[in-house]
Design a protein around this ligand. Structure first.
Ligand code: CA
Length: 233
């Protein structure tokens, strides 16, 4: 009788330990799934174009053929060229999927009216996962901010930078968390949105310069280039 009681206690004890380990594992798994803002920032200075980090796009976008030959790194700057009398452009895509964090890009825009430069997070399909800063490639300083989720534009802002983005370098930044998306130019707050953006969806950080269908599609008569000094993410 005593012996069977001891065996029963051992079996019960082992079962209890097993259940506790199972609960612990489930708990660890759910913690790993919830994205958090990264505490460490990366900075890409474009001393080289590290193709383990950035891929160069070769595809059509709007009126543009994005061509790898238009994307080079030179003297510490990423150059994305818009060749004269063409509607060609270029794009780089960070290969690591990202969620919440702060994203900033120091750049000087090409002067090619009816083209734009984008600095954004994106995941397919279109209109589901995107947080977007776009600037017209003109001296007017037109800024477009957009977020997409659930298959549609959720937030949209059209505003003025108050300077000529083709004349000099400026810093373009957005901060993204589960609670808000906030946009900054040269550390000055532009606006923030509290909803209407992707939640917890890994996206890819991209920079491009291109001719969208919603502008006239008039090519520049001289070679133009987007210069990116650095990207922090
Ligand atoms: Ca640089």
């Amino acid at each position: 009788m005593k012996r069977s009681l001891v065996i029963l206690l051992i079996v019960l004890g082992c079962s209890l330990i097993g259940i506790m380990m199972f609960i612990y594992r489930i708990n660890q798994g759910s913690q790993a799934k919830s994205p958090e803002i990264k505490s460490e920032m990366n900075q890409e200075n474009f001393d080289t174009l590290d193709e383990g980090v950035w891929s160069v796009s070769s595809k059509n976008l709007g009126r543009t053929r994005l061509k790898p030959e238009n994307v080079v790194v030179k003297d510490g700057f990423l150059n994305i060229k818009i060749p004269a009398n063409t509607l060609a452009g270029g794009e780089i895509v960070n290969q690591e999927p990202m969620t919440y964090g702060s994203y900033e890009c120091r750049m000087k825009l090409p002067e090619a009216p009816s083209s734009i430069t984008g600095f954004f997070l994106y995941a397919p399909p279109d209109y589901f996962y995107e947080i977007d800063m776009e600037i017209h490639n003109t001296n007017e300083g037109k800024l477009l901010l957009t977020t997409y989720a659930d298959g549609a534009v959720q937030n949209e802002y059209v505003g003025e930078l108050g300077f000529d983005p083709t004349a000099d370098f400026h810093n373009y930044r957005f901060d993204y968390s589960a609670d808000r998306v906030a946009f900054y130019v040269d550390s000055k707050s532009i606006l923030e949105w509290r909803d209407g953006f992707p939640i917890g969806q890994p996206m890819q950080l991209m920079v491009n310069t291109w001719y969208p269908n919603w502008l006239a599609g008039t090519p520049a008569s001289e070679d133009q280039k987007l210069l990116v000094d650095w990207i922090r993410y």
